[in-house]
Design a binder for this molecule. Structure first.
Ligand code: ADP
Length: 406
């Protein structure tokens, strides 16, 4: 089965083509036959396109194109030119899309039809930066490949859909809850994938495990996972809640917003910009949202970079503590995404707060770029894993399961 995956960000677009044998899903992510990246961040109105194939062919180009035109251009490289990996579009069996917001309606992946598209459009008010991009991707595929190829929506919110009411409901006027203001949670595709992969690495049944997954990338969130289900998570109504992130503040006293709007006349758009783009590691350090640059500045004695690092760790530990309480115990703590997979210092600092539980990491293993490995000491009471997140592969798996199930 050939599965095309589209993963749309607000100003980027990743795509890849997997081929999976009909006899079953492999345990580990296979190398995609073809991968493409489109980036609109560097040159306004222009799409930077990079394509590479498993055979090592590459293509780099820049065109003036919106998302639909860029997707059409990129798809063309699947069946023509030096990066060609298939002879015609009809060889693609299914297209899977990462859709950021599925609201309360969609608690699992679905085949896309008219009502699903209408729901994704309706949910734009809850995910204004992402759902429009997802919808454009779906429509671009319809336009280029036609309606015969099934498309699947895999929702970032779906994994958290079963969170108990006490964790999902904000203590605000109940009528707001009735309007849909509740905790949805995000990064669900990554949390779910990492939980499953961790169970496999540990040789345990996911249903018997209490896990905390720490997705620490540009955006950061934790999930408390019991019996394979998310029962609590740090992101909420929007991806702004919870941990300190690269440029997002995470949770702050809402009274600060009221104060700034009342005393300094901040507008909604200004607040949005300050909390989503000018806060977090970047806002505190004044240097960068990138943990690598924070590390460099700390090494040069920069005190604000050190403060940013310390707040990041403090909030990470506090939130792990909150997830721990929701779970009532812990079998494994899992680190993933850019910071979680690559920063030994963050993992060590986070774990240091939990040695009282008998959780201990092996310093040597922690510093040797572990991938899909248990880095806890042999006698640690809690396993600690580093898992390379594979969101695109997780989307392909969902497509395979949905089509085979059907
Ligand atoms: P996204 O959330 O956009 O998918 P990633 O998961 O790729 O992002 O995470 C990106 C972040 O990972 C970077 O901004 C950087 O802070 C961090 N990162 C990447 N490599 C390292 C590293 N070697 N050490 C520390 N942090 C790293």
């Amino acid at each position: 089965m050939k599965i095309l995956v589209l993963n749309a960000g607000s100003s980027s677009q990743k795509s890849c083509l997997y081929e999976i044998a009909d006899d079953g899903l492999p345990n580990q992510s296979p190398l995609p036959l073809w991968e493409a990246k489109v980036d609109w961040t560097h040159h306004s109105g222009f799409a930077e396109i990079e394509v590479q194939t498993a055979k090592g062919e590459t293509l780099q180009t820049e065109i003036s194109a919106d998302r639909a035109a860029a997707i059409a251009h990129v798809l063309d490289t699947l069946w023509s030119g030096s990066t060609q990996v298939i002879t015609q579009p009809s060889e693609i069996d299914v297209v899977g899309h990462r859709v950021v917001h599925g609201g309360q309606e969609y608690q699992q992946s679905v085949l896309i039809d008219k009502p699903v598209k209408e729901a994704i459009a309706r949910l734009i008010s809850l995910a204004p930066a992402h759902n429009p991009a997802n919808l454009e991707g779906i429509e671009a595929i319809e336009k280029t490949l036609g309606n015969r190829i099934p498309q699947v929506a895999v929702f970032d919110t779906a994994f958290h859909a079963q969170i108990p009411a006490a964790a999902a409901t904000y203590p605000i006027p109940y009528k707001w809850f009735e309007q849909g203001i509740r905790r949805y949670g995000f990064h669900g595709i990554s949390h779910q994938y990492c939980a499953g992969r961790a169970a496999h690495v540990l040789g345990r049944d996911l249903k018997d495990l209490r896990l905390i997954t720490c997705h620490l990338g540009n955006g950061c969130s934790l999930a408390a996972i019991r019996d394979g289900h998310s029962i609590d998570t740090t992101m909420g109504f929007t991806p702004l809640e919870g941990l300190m992130m690269g440029t997002r503040s995470g949770s702050v006293d809402p009274g600060i917003l009221i104060h700034l709007m009342r005393q300094e006349g901040y507008t909604v758009d200004q607040m949005d910009q300050m909390l989503n783009k000018e806060s977090g590691l970047k806002g505190v350090s004044g240097i960068s949202a990138d943990m690598r640059q924070i590390d460099q500045a700390i090494a040069q004695g920069n005190t604000r970079a050190q403060l940013a690092f310390d707040i990041y760790v403090h909030r990470l530990r506090s939130s792990i503590g909150a997830m721990l309480a929701s779970l009532g115990g812990l079998d494994a703590l899992i680190f993933t995404a850019g910071v979680g997979e690559n920063s030994a210092a963050i993992r060590a600092a986070a774990c240091e707060g939990f040695t009282f539980l008998g959780l201990n990491i092996d310093a040597e293993k922690n510093t040797h770029s572990p991938v899909d490995q248990d880095i806890a000491t042999v006698d640690s009471a809690v396993r600690v894993l580093v898992i390379h997140t594979e969101e695109d592969w997780a989307i392909a798996q969902q497509c395979w399961q949905l089509l085979k199930g059907a």
